[in-house]
Write a protein that binds this ligand. Structure first.
Ligand code: FES
Length: 329
């Protein structure tokens, strides 16, 4: 059966017509964590994805939330995500926990990957809490490829650490489980104090953990560390504080962006149909190709070499260094 065509955000596909998938299972996998299995109502094959990919759930009021795919990438007919209930959140996780049930339909955008697993002989995966979700398919991939890998997994308590038991059962001593109430914080100095040859580090979790890992890896070779953030990293002031123009090449419109207004907001005011989710530069939903001009990158997703290419930007936070940008939208 053909795969269904889920729309890719801000790439010329419809930004709002997500495919409706069916919730086929909902499980409680840890304290405050619900896992959903999603499938096409007709049983159609779903678009392929790679470890580190995420999807957007489009909630009934039209807002979107981004979740990492944590299931089996070789299962072509289902997606699996795990959602932490966030008490101070914007209501997306509460909706998933309290309202979504098996049999319900939910809008889903196509998988996108801003946290890809690059080839390496050795990996060190570091997860904090729900940050385990994008790393689950990575450890499976590393195992399949015969890489030498370890997972350092921290969390508040054992009960709060999703997939802890299945990881330990499957991979034994490769998994290092560190509940904070038993052992304290992860001992990053011991794990990262000296650069390990040929080793890539992938880390996902709360901001303090990411900052601590980045600091601990300061002496490692460039590009050794890749992180995925849930919250935006601190940004310096924009490069310019004067208006600039953004040409939307495909639609033939030009929008003026004034200080204090995001490119995303200016485009929406001009009637452009643009998908977004976090609006903090962390999820990647609003990624848009840049044809001309130099973006003032203010996101928490792109690596330095990706920023230097100046061929894409995140509309919710990034701005322009010059008078004009041209976008492929
Ligand atoms: Fe999340 Fe822009 S909406 S990065």
């Amino acid at each position: 059966m053909d795969s269904v065509g889920l729309p890719v955000p801000n790439s010329g596909d419809s930004a709002v017509d997500a495919a409706a998938l069916t919730v086929t299972a909902k499980e409680h996998v840890a304290e405050g964590v619900a896992a959903l299995t999603l499938a096409h109502p007709d049983g159609a094959r779903l678009p392929d994805w790679t470890p580190g990919s995420h999807i957007d759930l489009v909630l009934p009021e039209g807002s979107t939330r981004q979740y990492s795919l944590c299931g089996d990438r070789w299962d072509a007919h289902t997606y699996r995500i795990a959602v932490l209930r966030e008490s101070g959140g914007r209501g997306g996780s509460a909706y998933v926990h309290d309202r979504l049930s098996p049999g319900d339909r939910v809008g889903v955008g196509a998988p996108r990957n801003h946290f890809p697993l690059v080839p390496s002989k050795k990996y060190l995966f570091i997860a904090g809490g729900i940050g385990i979700t994008p790393l689950l398919p990575m450890v499976r991939q590393a195992e399949l490829l015969g890489a030498d890998w370890k997972l350092l997994y921290g969390g508040r308590t054992r009960a709060s650490m999703a997939f802890r038991e299945e990881l330990t059962a499957a991979y034994g001593e490769r998994i290092h489980v560190v509940p904070q109430d038993e052992f304290g914080l992860l001992d990053l100095a011991a794990w990262l104090g000296a650069a390990l040859p040929d080793t890539k580090i992938y880390c996902c979790g709360p901001a303090p953990l990411l900052s601590a890992v980045e600091a601990a890896c300061a002496g490692w070779p460039p590009y050794s560390l890749r992180v995925e953030r849930f919250t935006a990293s601190a940004q310096i002031a924009p490069v310019r504080n004067t208006p600039f123009e953004v040409e939307l090449r495909r639609s033939g419109r030009t929008v003026t962006v004034t200080p204090g207004v995001s490119v995303l907001e200016a485009m929406r005011r001009a009637g452009a149909d643009v998908l977004s989710s976090c609006e903090q530069g962390t999820c990647g939903t609003c990624l848009t190709p840049v044809l001309e001009g130099r973006p003032d990158h203010r996101d928490s997703v792109l690596a330095d070499h990706e920023r230097a290419a100046n061929d894409c930007m995140f509309l919710c936070v990034s701005r322009s260094c010059g008078d004009r940008l041209v976008l492929d939208i």
